[in-house]
Design a protein around this ligand. Structure first.
Ligand code: FES
Length: 237
């Protein structure tokens, strides 16, 4: 067994346990975007960064990929960790078309939730953005690259949970998109439209077509404004 502390709380875990799993064991929450339970960690979003001190040496690493070591002292909300998370969200927003009010995923978007929680309202890195066209070729869902954060939850779900491997990252840089292999559109590949990728998407990049006519209403979500027009509140901020 391995012994460590997380935010000062002692925890004992089996060899091979990640910091994220150890934190979960004692009820410490670490924010994640690309992580999905039962899927190999992707480590692409960097939001789960934590500060780890061991033998007088300190490092910053992603909790979803880092395995626990004997004597680790982990800080999940230190000043630097919070600063790095804010920078990560800032960078993610720099290539994300922000139109939350009219977005299909408004109120059901992990990026929106974390930006709100960490007080990141807009990017400080304006510039070039992904301008790849929307892929609307699938009968049941739509893929919008301008909302995609390339977390690969959809890709890994298709590969590891569904066992289909129908999609992957295509192109490079600002042209990077998720699509069917060999740059085919979604309807030209081997996708069977099971929809598991849509469920895995943490933003509005993949949305079911049937949702288009409705604004998702989830009573457990935050009501951030209330105005005299409807008096029921909305999630715009
Ligand atoms: Fe760990 Fe994305 S959740 S890197």
């Amino acid at each position: 067994m391995i012994h460590l502390t997380i935010d000062g709380i002692p925890v004992e875990v089996e060899k091979g346990t990640t910091i994220l799993q150890a934190a979960k064991q004692i009820g410490v929450k670490i924010p994640t975007l690309c992580y999905l339970e039962n899927v190999l960690p992707d480590g692409s979003c960097r939001l789960c960064v934590v500060e780890v001190t061991n033998n007088g040496r300190t490092k910053f690493d992603t909790a979803c990929t880092l395995r626990c070591s004997e004597g680790d002292e982990v800080q999940t909300m230190s000043e630097k960790v919070v600063k790095y998370r804010k920078e990560t969200l800032d960078l993610l927003l720099s290539d994300h078309r922000v139109h939350c009010f009219s977005c299909e995923a408004n109120g059901d978007c992990k990026l929106q939730d974390y930006c709100f929680e960490y007080g990141v309202e807009k990017t400080s890195f304006p510039g070039e953005m992904n301008n790849a066209p929307i892929d609307d070729t699938n009968k049941f869902f739509t893929y919008d690259p301008s909302l995609c954060i390339l977390c690969h939850r959809c890709v890994n779900t298709c590969k590891e949970i569904v066992g289909r491997g129908a999609i992957d990252t295509m192109n490079r840089g600002f042209q990077s998109v998720i699509g069917a292999h060999y740059k085919n559109t979604w309807n030209e590949g081997i996708c069977e439209s099971c929809g598991n990728c849509v469920q895995a998407c943490p933003t509005g990049a993949l949305t079911m077509k049937r949702r288009k006519k409705y604004r998702p209403y989830q009573i457990d979500k935050k009501v951030l404004t209330t105005c005299p027009h409807c008096a029921t509140g909305c999630q715009y901020y």
